[in-house]
Ligand binder design. Structure first.
Ligand SMILES: Nc1nc2c(c(=O)[nH]1)N[C@H]1C(S)=C(S)[C@@H](COP(=O)(O)OP(=O)(O)OC[C@H]3O[C@@H](n4cnc5c(N)ncnc54)[C@H](O)[C@@H]3O)O[C@H]1N2
Ligand code: MOO
Length: 395
């Protein structure tokens, strides 16, 4: 059987980072920057007030209380140049440009709030409540480096330096197709022999959590021709495809039957539990990667974590490899088949212990839903005693 590491290595040697595009601000969340972004101007661009209050000269506050005439009013957005002379005050709002001559802002709470004249009851030091030009960013400074994933705050600074578009690798578009004649959409009634289709929902959600776009395109039955037709329809808009089911040894294995003859997708047994039957390859002129995952719900999810998520990282231009793990102490004994690496579902506690959940079958989706970690048991280990150190992947 092929090792987990060899299968992941094959996948990562095949998938490529997506080509960068000029993306609009509205489309760029979750994309990976492919250029350094710098600011054309200092930020803030001008000295301005951090509070609503009065712009004055600190020298005029040597005797407190003091009453000063209010000679002007300046709001945020004001583009007129104003000045404050000795013995005067200008009423100012948060974000408004500081009038020339002023060197401190007295918050309105320290005054009587007057509009003709103002009584100031507390001394403000020079520079109080003033935000200086360039305090955040100097003109020309790089604010984000190539390779940064654009999350809300990063998107904010791109807009904040005035950029409408940036060069970035988009979120990969992943089409998800479940296969199986027994599958029924949740919300519809079941008859004997049927089950509700869950894998495409799990996988689409996992794709989105992994920073890509997940498109469920409905399940197909066990007819390989229908699957090929569905693939043909969706290939044009996919950066990757995930199928679930139809890859083992049964009489009706539509994914294997449809894709094996193409010669670009290999079906192999990977030495892991769950997730042993795996298909991977490329489709079409654009060599779109396809992950043919096993149908058992826990198997498809674990396969996603081990193989698809690292591939999506690579497509996004991020470092990729085996999911990171932490060490923990086994809270109970663990069993694992010889020659296969196990990914047991477990609950990692804050005290650093990890307990296997009850129900380790590949079909036991409810048990998976109670887990927050995968406990790895190496290929050459069949039993792990309570208290032993194990590696776990956090979910
Ligand atoms: N004779 C053998 N039988 C099986 C082997 C084997 O080596 N020899 N491998 C087993 C292992 S391991 C796995 S994993 C499964 C993989 O089977 P398939 O990928 O062909 O998946 P299916 O047969 O279509 O389904 C398996 C199981 O999962 C349920 N399922 C499938 N799709 C969904 C879905 N979208 N939502 C919810 N549940 C789904 C399906 O009803 C089956 O119960 O093969 C073993 N057999
Ligand atoms: O390897 Mo299968 O994934 O046992 O369920």
């Amino acid at each position: 059987m092929k090792s987990v590491d060899a299968h992941l290595a094959d996948i990562l040697a095949t998938v490529r980072p997506l080509a960068p595009l000029e993306l609009d601000l509205e489309q760029v969340l979750g994309a990976t920057l492919a250029e350094d972004v710098s600011s054309p101007v200092p930020l803030p661009p001008f000295d301005n007030s951090a509070m609503d209050g009065y712009a004055v000269r600190a020298d005029d506050l040597s005797e407190i209380p003091v009453t000063l005439p209010v000679i002007d009013d300046v709001a945020a957005g004001s583009t007129e140049l104003r000045a404050v002379g000795p013995g005067h005050a200008v009423r100012i709002m948060t974000g408004a440009p500081l009038p020339a001559g002023a060197d401190t802002v007295v918050p309105v709470e320290w005054t009587d709030g007057g509009t003709v004249s103002v009584r100031i009851d507390r001394r403000a030091e020079t520079g109080n409540a003033i935000r200086r030009a360039g305090e955040d960013v100097e003109a020309g400074d790089v604010v984000l480096e190539a390779g940064t994933v654009i999350r809300p705050a990063q998107l904010g600074i791109i807009a904040g330096v005035g950029r409408r578009r940036v060069k970035a690798r988009p979120r990969p578009r992943v089409v998800i197709i479940s296969t199986g004649a027994e599958l029924v959409e949740p919300g519809s009634p079941l008859v004997t022999g049927q089950i509700w289709e869950s894998n495409s929902y799990t996988l689409a959600a996992a794709v989105r959590e992994a920073g890509a776009e997940g498109y469920r395109v409905g399940s197909v039955t066990d007819d390989p021709a229908v699957l090929l037709d569905r693939l043909d329809t969706h290939l044009v808009r996919a950066d990757a495809i995930i199928t679930s089911g139809g890859v083992s040894m049964g009489a009706y294995e539509p994914v294997k039957e449809a894709l094996s003859p193409l010669g670009t997708v290999r079906f192999e047994k990977v030495a892991m539990q769950p997730g042993m039957p795996q298909g991977f390859g490329v489709l079409g002129d654009d060599q779109v990667p396809i992950f043919a995952l096993p149908g058992n719900p826990v198997s498809s999810f674990v396969s996603f974590v081990l193989f698809v998520r690292p591939a999506l990282d690579r497509m996004r231009g991020l470092p990729s490899g085996m999911p990171s793990s932490v060490t923990a102490k086994a809270a109970g004994p663990l069993r694992s088949p010889s020659g296969r690496r196990s990914f047991l579902r477990g609950v990692l506690a804050p005290d650093g212990t990890v307990a296997p959940v009850h129900g380790q079958g590949s079909h036991q989706l409810a048990a998976l839903a109670t887990a927050n970690a995968l406990i790895m048991v190496p290929e050459d280990v069949t039993e792990v005693p309570t208290g032993a150190t194990v590696e776990v992947i956090k979910l």
